[in-house]
Ligand binder design. Sequence first.
Ligand code: BES
Ligand code: ZN
Ligand code: ZN
Length: 478
Amino acid sequence: MSITVKFSKKENGFPRVKFVFKEDLKRGRINGFDTGKIFKGSEFKGDLFQFFPLRISEERTYFLLMGGGERAKFNGDSAFKAGSFLTIKLKELGFRNVELMVDFLERDEKLVLEFFSGIFYGDYENDFFKSQKKENNLTVYIASSSHDKVFRKLIDVSRKIGVNVNLCREFVDLPANHINPITFVDRVKKLLKGSDVKVDLLRLKEIEKYNLNLIKAVSGGSFVEPRLLILEYKNSKDRPIAFIGKGVTFDSGGLNLKPTAHIEDMKTDMAGGAVVFSLIKLLSELKVKANVIGIIPLVENLPGNQATKPGDVFISHSGKSVEILNTDAEGRLILADGIGFSKRFNPSMIVSIATLTGSAVVALGTLRCAIFSKNEDVIDIFKRVGDEIGEKLWPLPMDDEYGEELKSDIADIKNIGSSRFGGAILGAKFLENFSEDTPFVHLDIAGVSDLKSKKPYAPKGGTGFGVRLLYNFMREYK
Ligand code: BES
Ligand code: ZN
Ligand code: ZN
């Protein structure tokens, strides 16, 4: 599908989408209609994700009323979700043209941006392998006095946000036989062609040359070679921020093979890498003043005859020796080498983003992701922007005592703790070792990168969680 947004000066007769807040219902009238009469016998209360096509005459449904919840609580998060819900609903009902009354946005730039980002986000369809695809294009006419440049610009930015978040979702949703380390890179190169993002690639030979031995160790069991993808976007004189994204295109667990109940979801284990790619593409399209490096180690974690064996020891890129006691704790291994490699760019901060542990999902469920950092100010910025746009997170602790469990008897560090307890924290502590003295932030997105069942504002599958969060973080962080 594709969505076109047009501005219309005069009424064009298309069905009009109008937001109704709970307060509007209390007041008793909307656009001259008596709400008591209109909603008589219906469930419609003006709640978010409620939809009410109001028939004005036999031949056409003229008003499409959409709940906005309580006006005072309507924020960027609700605006984004309402926008996505609207697109999904209009597709479902087969509307091709609608006129959108946007006065409720009250020219609040953040709300406009989130609402329209949501509209474009709702465009996503995981129908890559369906022989019958939905072909309903949607044109949204904006009936508002706000035909000015600012409004047009905001919609253009929203489109770029929506499109790039949806690219991330596509990477997450595509099966592992369609995205492996090699084809991930092919896609990225194609999508970044002509952009001002510099793409560098390390193949197996270079991975060996640079002693990225942990990346090689994880990919040992796969027929497909590992890759290290390096993306550079420089539009400021600041030292760069390095984003390291986990790119395990399939995580079988390796010789510590996963059981049936978990293995089938593991095509999503490259979500962190997909976020880093989409983020950098977005930053470059919006010409954001920033200097960023994206490092995406790409591997398939399989139990082949060259697979790493539990108990093996490898020397990481940074020189620290690592005892691999569980081949299913592979994300932290490739990220450790990614973090180590990022140091050559002299970053002012290292941010890792990864579907790292089931333990983060046990701790926080699927609403908020876990954030780890010793820098409280950075956590505060993340928390604030996350709440505003609806990609929420919650901090977990980083006390050094936690890290003691990672001491190995025979190497510098081991890749799992001695118990199941605090697993997400141990993952973060493991990574922190490789950032050394560079300020470090880690986001564990295992619980939020895909939805197990659909929501009113999104289908089952990849969410793109992290792209909007990191984009907004980059705008706020100075
Ligand atoms: N990719 C998984 C984590 C994961 C779990 C992602 C659920 C998405 C949903 C990761 O590589 C893993 O297997 N982690 C282990 C670590 C353990 C062996 C220390 C885990 O969380 O069980
Ligand atoms: Zn694993
Ligand atoms: Zn994994």
